[in-house]
Write a protein that binds this ligand. Sequence first.
Ligand SMILES: *[C@@H]1O[C@H](CO)[C@@H](O)[C@H](O)[C@H]1NC(C)=O
Length: 395
Amino acid sequence: MGQPMYLSLLAITVCLITLLATCPTLAVGWPIDSSFYDEIKRVVYGGGENIDDSVAATESSPPPPLSLPSSSQNINRPVEVEGWPRSPIPRLGQVSGVAINTVGQPVIFHRGSRVWDENSFNETFHYQHIEEGPILTNAIVTLSPKTGEVLSSWGAGFFYMPHGITIDHQGNVWVTDVAMHQVFKFSPGAPRASLTFGKRFENGKGYRTLCQPTSVAIASTGDIFIADGYCNSRVLKFTSRGELLRVFPHANEFLSLQVPHSLALLEKHDLICIADREDMRVVCRGAELSTENKEQAPLTIQQPDLGRVYAITNHGDLIYAVNGPTSPLIPVRGFTINPMTENIVDHWTLSKNTAINVPHDIAISKDGSSLYVASISPNRIVKYTMTPVTPLKSD
Ligand SMILES: *[C@@H]1O[C@H](CO)[C@@H](O)[C@H](O)[C@H]1NC(C)=O
């Protein structure tokens, strides 16, 4: 057999192996149109000489999103700002939460030297290291959106195992601590919490106790939503003064949650969206903020490549999500979701040069121009700017 023949057979073999390695990830859940299959046909039947590095490169890094022609409008894709923060954040631990304050600065909630591991809690979800005392570093840190330098910090000597952080329209800071089983509201400048939910280090199923609460969302009406959490798997809704209004799911509702880990409110549609982490989906149900009671079935975004959804946030009608470790076939990355059509409309890379193994929270600026992802492995905060792209065709 002549050498050119041998080479082209080799090229075709490499091509097939590459496709096989890539296909399991491609086949699950990407809205793919016929041009993609035409591309496969071209590559498989049209000869190996057309293979280029861009196909082979998808083996090692998560496959890049397919941007297909579509008649719909451009959407924005988060693109990592490299070299941000410019210098390391001192004493930074696992960054469990990120929110954006009323002047557009990212505020992170981190664990200092404390780490959540398999010895942190026992089978009944009780924190096992109370005697070590609270975290002595300032757990809440405000950063410059431009440079990432620390502008201010507070919260030393109070928290045991930070989790979620939310900043409402008035600048109140809402945080959850999974060790204390509590949620706190801190008004701007106030020396201590102005509202507390749950009993310190006591967990339970009643309505005065929480169990490892994960996240909070605040409506413009002042209503409070608490995702409660790792063990109760419910969402509680309170008035701004802390009176219980609702428990989701309702007693007779055909909806179950497994670790609601993050919340996003789409007030325009009266929806509360929940990162239903262990069910590997995002569920949006009525937030029941408006008085006109239009009962509607929950919207569900669940596709095989989504995996465990760790965090969600929204800007307008779009939800930005990150998944966490699920299976070797499911890359950890970012997703853009249109909840109204229940579709994933885009995928994006968390970091080009550092593996973000466990992204844990996500926040977007009010104007939608900047997005941040908090990571607990490695301990990092990553900034993204939004860049217009043509979305995937979704049908
Ligand atoms: C878990 O720890 C708490 C407090 O440390 C204790 O009261 C409880 O009995 C423990 N539960 C189990 C199952 O060991």
